[in-house]
Design a protein around this ligand. Structure first.
Ligand code: ADP
Length: 213
């Protein structure tokens, strides 16, 4: 596992030329409630010309979520039809709903060769990284502790049962064990620091000067 500061130094010293002018798909992953969505929104504001890639889900939209932006919201029947038609790069059930990434979506990102962001769970992230190792950069958003994660899940604004909470915390433990397989780990303690870490590392992949030593 690399700390963000080490990542920045390594990229500055060794990787800047090879990464320069190359377009990337930046994947933001991490446990439910770790702050993926919050960080994605913050970085999209800083980098408005990046595409945001939506995945498909059968879960209902949360307040403020927009179809085609946050996710493609589909019925279970539609989702099953897409599975049978072999339209997914990866899909899986999670917390009682289905989630998946369309082949078409990934193909269009690779073909158009643009910089883009997507938010997806760890297993989906690692399977897409395996398919496009040079194109994809995976950020793991890690909460400072499981207690903080619990507080954030409870405080997210939509009601959640104790059973759902326990499921999320259990899955979070599994997901945390994969953090080291990601390209970068962002500890999301103070939001402004986590946003700065994420933005600096993304900028370093774009070949932009990130700070003066
Ligand atoms: P995810 O997309 O990973 O499920 P969210 O972005 O929805 O997580 O964040 C979960 C909750 O935690 C939200 O209410 C969000 O406002 C809050 N949150 C996110 N990051 C921080 C942070 N660094 N400090 C305090 N609260 C945070």
């Amino acid at each position: 596992m690399h700390l963000a500061q080490q990542d920045i130094n390594n990229l500055t010293i060794k990787g800047m030329n090879t990464n320069m002018n190359k377009r990337h798909l930046f994947i933001i992953t991490g446990p439910s409630g770790s702050g993926k969505n919050t960080l994605l929104k913050a970085i999209m504001e800083a980098m408005p010309d990046f595409l945001r890639i939506a995945t498909v889900t059968t879960r209902p939209p949360r307040p403020g979520e927009v179809d085609g932006v946050d996710h493609f919201f589909k019925s279970t029947d539609e989702f099953e039809r897409l599975i049978l038609a072999d339209e997914f790069v990866e899909w899986q059930p999670m917390f009682g709903y289905m989630y998946g990434t369309l082949k078409d979506t990934i193909r269009s990102v690779v073909d158009v060769d643009t910089n883009s962001f997507m938010e997806i769970d760890i297993l989906g992230a690692l399977s897409i990284k395996k398919m496009y190792p040079d194109k994809v950069v995976v950020f793991f958003v890690q909460p400072p502790s499981l207690d903080v994660l619990e507080e954030r899940i409870r405080g997210r604004g939509h009601r959640i049962s104790e059973e759902e909470l326990a499921n999320r915390l259990n899955r979070a433990k599994m997901e945390l064990s994969y953090a080291e397989q990601c390209d970068h780990v962002i500890i999301n303690d103070k939001l402004d620091l986590a946003t700065t870490d994420l933005t600096s590392i993304v900028q370093s992949y774009l070949g932009e000067k990130i700070y003066d030593k």
